[in-house]
Design a protein around this ligand. Structure first.
Ligand code: ADP
Length: 214
């Protein structure tokens, strides 16, 4: 059997001086599935996404992609992997306020060593699909929270990621926009990605393939 797309094995993590958030935590995420991570506020769900997304290093245990341990790689290698293999949707969208919407969507191209000109049509197509195309020239300060969230989805999907990590991706959305986002999560899974979403949204949990409670 092939290795899971993404694995956490015996992960341990705490922020300095705090009680441990994770101890001996293990889970596997297969290509093709959309998994919901739920749990009370402050339990460590966002932190878990940072660990799975190689933005934090675990104090114990391993993170593996396709069976290869990646948590211990040097910063530069982890940064490249993040850009090449992952798509992230952060809870607050985390757009760069000083750049246009289009530049935000194209941000990861540089880190992947891709070509901005080549990827611009796909960026426009994604903005169009998520109903935020008219705002491509706007700055993120001029868009609503729900629009920012959809723009963050476009940025995450641009590189056709093998692993998509999304923190409350439907948090600010009306039902129609939510539906577009959930469909996009499943489309990316169908393209062979492992998709992991942290969410409190019962409608989204309902549409995930399975759920892990932290
Ligand atoms: P959740 O996503 O489940 O709400 P978080 O992962 O955001 O939980 O946070 C888990 C706990 O870790 C919380 O108590 C939070 O205050 C704490 N925490 C989060 N980030 C940091 C940090 N950078 N330094 C110290 N503590 C943090």
């Amino acid at each position: 059997m092939t290795a899971p797309r993404l694995e956490a094995a015996d992960l341990g993590f705490r922020y300095d001086r705090n009680t441990p958030l994770l101890e001996g935590w293990s889970a596997s995420f297969r290509a093709g599935e959309v998994v919901a991570v739920t749990g009370p506020s402050g339990r460590g769900k966002s932190t878990l996404l940072y660990l799975l997304g190689l933005m934090l290093k675990p104090r114990a245990g391993e993170v593996r992609i396709d069976g290869t341990p990646v948590h211990g790689l040097h910063d530069r290698e982890r940064a490249y992997l993040r850009a090449a293999e992952f798509g992230f949707v952060f809870q607050d969208a985390a757009l760069d306020q000083s750049r246009t919407v289009l530049d935000n969507v194209l941000e990861t191209v540089l880190y992947r060593g891709g070509d901005r000109r080549t990827e611009t049509p796909r960026a426009h197509a994604l903005l169009d699909m998520f109903g935020v195309s008219l705002r491509a020239g706007a700055k993120p300060g001029q868009v609503s929270g729900g629009q920012a969230q959809r723009i963050a989805m476009c940025r995450a999907l641009l590189g056709d990621p093998k692993i998509l990590l999304a923190d409350e991706p439907t948090g600010n959305l009306d039902p129609t926009s939510s539906d577009v986002v959930v469909t996009a999560l499943h489309t990316q899974a169908a393209r062979g990605a492992a998709v992991i979403v942290v969410t409190h949204d019962p409608a989204l949990v309902e549409r995930c393939d399975r759920r892990i409670v932290l």
